[in-house]
Every structure is written in structure tokens, then in C-alpha cells.
Design a protein around this ligand. Structure first.
Ligand code: SAM
Length: 355
């Protein structure tokens, strides 16, 4: 076996193929299988995976090596630099040809080694717009309970696409919310009673941080964000593209900062508004110490809240040990009452609302 490949790497691609198949990306499943088969035949993939060849299966999973390579192929297909590869990728009006895509991508790994190497150096980073369909009913609940305009502070916001949650049009089962002419259309299956759709929503202020924000004004970073979306998931791609355009037109900015520090001096409750600190699929990335510090900071902010300066902590995160669904939880001050509002799909495909 080529020294830059290991059995653990081959196995990671086989396992990834199974995930992609189950999670609705037969194209990436076939591409991952083709990669595993090539490596199994002794193909060293130009040494591109050498940095991870000595790692355990767990470490390879943690480093998301498979998603890096699948993302690198998709990125080249999206770039306009490889029309033959792009033609082998799926589109809403045609199935892709994963065997051809692998063959062309494999040749490109040799011809454009530096490009692949540079892409593989990036830890996958995503920004899932449909998570706004899970957060929205939380914001509506806060707006209804307080009757006040909102100030939103997002932690771990990535590119900041979900900062514009109130600018999207939602279809939540038979319920709809948001500007009818919004270019960002999000649909989620809705289970349970309706959320408070009539709550008055006005956003006075919005800000966000990420330890490594995606800069949407940089075309390469924009494309990389799309490249990590699986190529046959057209609705996710379309929503991300539309949300990127909206964010660019509104000049969305995400501050580079550690979320354990950032809210202090920014997100203090203010009279005449409901201050909302929120996040989605972020908590698990915080080291233990940062979690404790942030939880203590949130508690301190909450304790300074009053009836005319309320404070809310809204989060969409998996309950401990759970991967298949997430919970939307709200803690509301004054009082600090904590409750689960919903269970939902991690990408917002369905919402089971209890409110
Ligand atoms: C899985 S992404 C989710 C992004 C976005 N919230 C969403 O739902 O699409 C997790 C994000 O958390 C950010 N992150 C992780 N640790 C962080 C920290 N200590 N401070 C700020 N951001 C952090 C990462 O950079 C990444 O953008």
C-alpha cells in the first residue's frame, strides 16, 4: 500500500459512503466509494492524504478528512475552471455521473495538486440556512411573550447567513411566515400546534461572532461554503446561494472572536427591547472550560434582566449523546425559566413543536 494511504483512511471513505447514502447524497456516496476503491487498489492520490495517514479512525473522523476531499472535488466543479468535471456533477435537471466525476477529479489531483492541497487544509465549515426554520418559532415566542422589539446576538455564526432570519420566507407545513417576495425560501415539515405566527417582529439590532468567520466578500470562501454542501442536495444549495446574496446585499458582518468572551459588553439587556443570545450546532465545539465560562456569563446577563429589559438564551443544539435530532430550548429572564420548545432535524427538515 502507498505510504500516504492507510487502512483507516480507506475505511473512513467506505463509512462516509454509507452516511452519504443514508443522508440523501447518492452522488457523494458513489464518489466516496470510488475513492475507497482507488486507494484499495494502491492509488496514493498524489500523497494528498499523507497528513492523515498515521491517524486512528477516530482522529480521521474528527478531522473530517472524507468531507475535505469530497468538498475539494465539488469546489473544483463549482469553480468554472473544470467544465468537464462540472458536467459530470448532478444538477436539478440531470443526474450526475459519479464514475466520470471521480475519473476527472482524480486526474485533476495530479494536474492541480496545489489547489487540492490548499483546499484539504481547511477544516470543513458550513452555515445551514434552514436552521432558521427551527430558530424562527423561538424568536416568535420571545416576541410574543415580551411584546418588545428584538436585539439578536448570534454565537458561532459562521458566515452569518442566519442573521437575516427575519428576511426569509418560511413554509412550515401549512403555516407560512416572512416576506412573500423573499429570495430565500425555506420549507420544513411541521408537527404539532402552530407557533405564534402573529407575534409582532421587529429586529432593532443584530450582531454575530465566530472564531473563524467566513468572509462572504471573498469569492473563494463563498464557494468553499457551497462546496461543503452535498452536490445533489439542490434545495440546500439554492437556499445557501440566495442567503449569501441577501447577506452580501445587507452587508452582513461576523466578528472574529471567541464566543466565550464576545457577549460581555455587547449583549447586556437593554430597556425597551428583548435581548436574545442565540446559537445553532455550536455548543459541542466549545472546550469544557469555555462552556463553563459562557454559561456563567449568560447567567450573569440573565440576572440583570428586568421586565422592560428581558433577556433570552435561545439555542438549537443536540441533547447529550444524541445525533439524530436536536432540541430548541429557551431560557428567559427575569426568572430564568428554561423550557424545550421543539425537537427538530439537525438541518431543519422537520420541526416537532411543543412551544
Ligand atoms: C457547525 S458550525 C455551525 C454554524 C452555524 N451556527 C449554523 O448553524 O450553520 C459551528 C461554528 O461554530 C464556530 N465556533 C466553534 N467554536 C467557537 C468559539 N469558541 N467561538 C466562536 N465560534 C466558534 C465554528 O467556527 C463554526 O463556524
Amino acid at each position: 500500500m502507498d505510504a500516504s494511504i492507510s487502512p483507516a483512511l480507506i475505511s473512513a471513505f467506505e463509512v462516509q459512503a454509507g452516511f452519504c447514502e443514508r443522508l440523501g447524497s447518492p452522488f457523494n456516496a458513489a464518489l466516496a466509494t470510488a475513492a475507497a476503491e482507488a486507494m484499495g487498489r494502491g492509488d496514493g492520490l498524489e500523497g494528498l492524504l499523507r497528513p492523515w495517514a498515521g491517524l486512528s479512525a477516530h482522529e480521521i473522523g474528527e478531522a473530517a478528512v472524507t468531507l475535505r476531499l469530497l468538498g475539494a472535488c465539488h469546489d473544483l466543479a463549482l469553480s468554472g475552471e473544470a467544465p468537464e468535471l462540472a458536467a459530470a456533477y448532478p444538477a436539478p435537471d440531470r443526474d450526475g455521473d459519479p464514475q466520470a466525476a471521480w475519473r476527472i477529479a482524480r486526474a485533476a489531483m495530479a494536474a492541480r495538486r496545489g489547489r487540492f492541497e490548499a483546499f484539504l487544509g481547511h477544516e470543513p465549515q458550513t452555515n445551514e440556512v434552514r436552521r432558521s426554520a427551527v430558530l424562527l418559532p423561538g424568536f416568535l415566542t420571545i416576541a410574543q411573550a415580551t411584546g418588545l422589539p428584538l436585539r439578536g446576538f448570534e454565537l458561532g455564526a459562521s458566515a452569518g447567513l442566519n442573521l437575516n432570519w427575519d428576511g426569509f420566507r418560511y413554509s412550515l407545513g401549512e403555516h407560512a411566515w416572512g416576506p412573500e417576495d423573499s429570495p430565500v425560501r425555506l420549507a420544513a415539515e411541521w408537527r404539532g400546534p402552530p407557533p405564534p405566527l402573529d407575534a409582532p417582529v421587529q429586529v432593532l439590532e443584530r450582531a454575530a461572532c465566530d472564531r473563524r468567520p467566513v468572509d462572504l466578500t471573498d469569492p473563494e470562501q463563498r464557494r468553499r461554503l457551497l462546496a461543503f454542501i452535498w452536490p445533489d442536495q439542490f434545495q440546500r444549495l439554492a437556499a445557501a446561494r440566495a442567503a449569501i446574496d441577501l447577506a452580501l446585499s445587507r452587508g452582513v458582518r461576523v466578528e472574529a472572536a471567541d464566543a466565550a468572551e464576545w457577549p460581555a459588553g455587547r449583549a447586556e439587556p437593554r430597556r425597551g427591547a428583548a435581548t436574545v443570545l442565540y446559537h445553532s450546532i455550536f455548543w459541542q465545539y466549545l472546550p469544557e472550560l469555555s462552556r463553563a465560562r459562557l454559561a456563567a456569563l449568560i447567567d450573569t446577563l440573565g440576572r440583570t434582566a428586568t421586565a422592560d429589559a428581558p433577556f433570552a438564551w435561545l439555542r438549537m443544539e443536540p441533547p447529550p449523546g444524541e445525533l439524530a435530532h436536536i432540541e430548541l430550548r429557551l431560557t428567559h429572564w427575569p426568572g430564568g425559566e428554561d423550557r424545550r420548545l421543539a425537537r427538530a432535524h439537525p438541518h431543519g427538515a422537520w420541526v416537532e413543536w411543543t412551544g
